[in-house]
Design a protein around this ligand. Structure first.
Ligand code: ZN
Length: 314
């Protein structure tokens, strides 16, 4: 296979309250709500997709607000994506410090370990979010929530993967996904797929001693990587099976097709196709403005809508 993985595709998290989530990702971080749909496995729960204007792979954060369902708070730890980083232009951190302060979100300044300045804070559910200043991100930002283009987030910068044995994870990613090491320091390493630009980065850190991760509110469920088409995805699936990795059948997610498997450290990975994308059922100007359901749920629209909590998109 010739560099099958193009970039990250999306990061998916379990969060608590739907309205708080919308307010945070659109109102504070200035992301576009590119799709408002439901969890295809539980239509009583929304599925929000945030991203740039068209939801380009590598800019997408998706959430399932499960707070009203008795789901417990998760625990961060080994075998999990423990931080999601967004990419911000060089010189924009003063803007973000001020904005976080104004909105009452406590944050800390930290160094990325790879020569970048970083702000770290948590979203309303307890997810760890980082804003990483990058000089090399050429992506066109969505400018929502009165954030000007000098400061607007460019998309996902990368994810942090916490595992007990980074070597195993590294070996798996290198062989299967053709990742390359693009940075290293005493606590971890940074790998990239298909180049080293933001949107293609994964940081692998060794878990400290103690208990492993537990899924629940405030935790990332999985990270998805983008492939060009269904054919590449089948190739990847064949290769996973050949290696004895337990991989799902191909699933139709309406905006992409997906397979899921766990890397050796236990983190759930998805490989998702770039097509058809979020304009499959809405024009680009209309993205995220109405509740979209997959065709097989349309006959149940009235009861689905009645059961979902009322929300306002900021
Ligand atoms: Zn996914």
């Amino acid at each position: 296979m010739d560099k099958p993985i193009r970039s990250l595709h999306h990061v998916t998290a379990t969060v608590s309250d739907a309205q708080e989530d919308l307010d945070f990702y659109t109102g504070l971080l200035g992301q576009r709500l590119v799709k408002k749909t439901v969890n295809f496995d539980n239509t009583g729960v929304y599925h929000f997709y945030y991203g740039d204007e068209r939801g380009t792979p590598g800019t997408i954060m998706t959430t399932f607000p499960y707070g009203a369902w008795g789901v417990r708070q998760g625990r961060h730890g080994a075998g999990q994506i423990t931080a999601t980083s967004f990419s911000a232009p060089s010189g924009s951190l003063p803007f973000w410090r001020q904005r976080l302060t104004e909105m009452g979100v406590p944050f800390v300044d930290e160094a990325s370990g790879y020569g970048e300045d970083v702000l770290r804070f948590t979203d309303p559910s307890g997810l760890v979010i980082r804003i990483v200043e990058s000089r090399v991100d050429e992506r066109e930002p969505w400018r929502g929530a009165r954030v000007n283009s000098d400061s607007a987030l460019r998309g996902i910068h990368g994810v942090t993967l916490t595992v007990r044995d980074p070597r195993q994870t590294l070996g798996f990613m290198t062989e299967l996904m053709e990742t390359a090491i693009v940075g290293e320091h005493e606590d971890g390493l940074r790998v990239a797929v298909n180049g080293d630009a933001p949107g293609r980065l994964v940081e692998i850190v060794r878990a400290s001693e103690g208990t492993g991760a537990v899924n629940g509110l405030g935790t990332v469920h999985h990270v998805a990587f983008a492939v060009d088409d269904a054919e590449q995805q089948l190739e990847m699936r064949k290769e996973l099976l050949r290696r004895g990795v337990n991989v799902t059948e191909v699933m139709d997610r309406q905006y992409f097709r997906s397979i899921y498997f766990r890397e050796p450290g236990g983190v759930l990975f998805e490989v998702a196709t770039i097509p058809p994308g979020f304009t499959a059922d809405e024009a680009i100007g209309e993205l995220g403005t109405s509740l979209k359901l997959p065709p097989w749920e349309e006959p149940h629209r009235a009861s689905i809508e009645a059961a979902l909590p009322a929300i306002t998109v900021p």
